[in-house]
Write a protein that binds this ligand. Structure first.
Ligand SMILES: *Cc1c(COP(=O)(O)O)cnc(C)c1O
Length: 227
């Protein structure tokens, strides 16, 4: 299968899941996770109309940002070390992986130096998995409250990964829990607008449960989708 066929198919599935949940498909952003892709593949996906791409490693990401068409909105979705923040901020529009106060302070500091506001999503470890980063759901609201002391950092949503399972239905309760958490957070001065959840194996369910950003890698860039 070609990348363009993959993109069409993923877009169709997002649309179908949205309509099934009586949602407007236009409110859902498809982010192409290009971490396994080369420049040419990214350009192919760009030619299909995709404009949002994501990387999870700083060094690889910077090389791709430098060689890819302008007009791409880049997302950073990997674990971020504080000493790399200064490279990420000028090149990525949205950080999905804010998971600790030290990182928030660093982002605020670099953003202030650059004289701009930076947007980030708070990563939630929805299933309390040891191997995953992110805050326990119970701590997310207080964390976001505390971040209001950092004027150059704007938290605009939440990000989560469901546990990997063969059956995406098993991810549904986690996605539902994330949507409930997202809806429950009401903090003066904070406007949450993005719920980033759903990957190649489970985005259909994530959209049904309320995701408005899905992060799709292998289904776009790796051949061999089963039809
Ligand atoms: C790799 C990755 C994805 C995409 O995963 P696929 O299963 O290839 O779609 C999404 N989110 C994060 C944080 C990732 O690291």
């Amino acid at each position: 299968m070609s990348i363009s066929a993959n993109v069409k198919r993923v877009e169709e599935m997002v649309r179908e899941a949205a309509l099934k949940a009586r949602r407007d498909p236009a409110e859902i952003t498809l982010v192409a996770v290009s971490k396994t892709a080369g420049i040419q593949e990214i350009q192919e996906a760009f030619a299909c109309g995709l404009r949002d791409f994501a990387e999870n490693r700083v060094q690889d990401g910077l090389e791709k940002v430098a060689s890819c068409p302008p007009g791409i909105t880049w997302h950073f979705i990997g674990h971020l070390q504080t000493n790399k923040v200064k490279f990420v901020l000028p090149n990525f529009a949205l950080i999905h992986s804010l998971d600790r106060f030290k990182l928030a302070e660093k982002i605020n500091q670099v953003a202030e130096r650059e004289g701009k506001e930076v947007q980030a999503l708070v990563q939630v470890n929805i299933a309390a998995e040891d191997r995953k980063h992110g805050l326990p759901p119970k701590e997310a609201e207080e964390f976001i409250r505390d971040l209001r002391t950092l004027p150059f950092l704007k938290v605009t949503g939440l990000m989560a990964m469901a546990p990997f399972t063969a059956d995406p239905e098993e991810a549904r309760p986690y996605f539902r829990g994330m949507k409930a958490l997202y809806d429950s957070i009401r903090i003066p001065g904070v406007h949450l607008q993005y719920l980033s959840m759903g990957m190649s194996g489970d985005f259909y369910v994530a959209v049904e449960e309320g995701a408005n950003i899905v992060r799709i890698g292998s289904l776009i860039f790796q051949s061999g989708i089963n039809d």
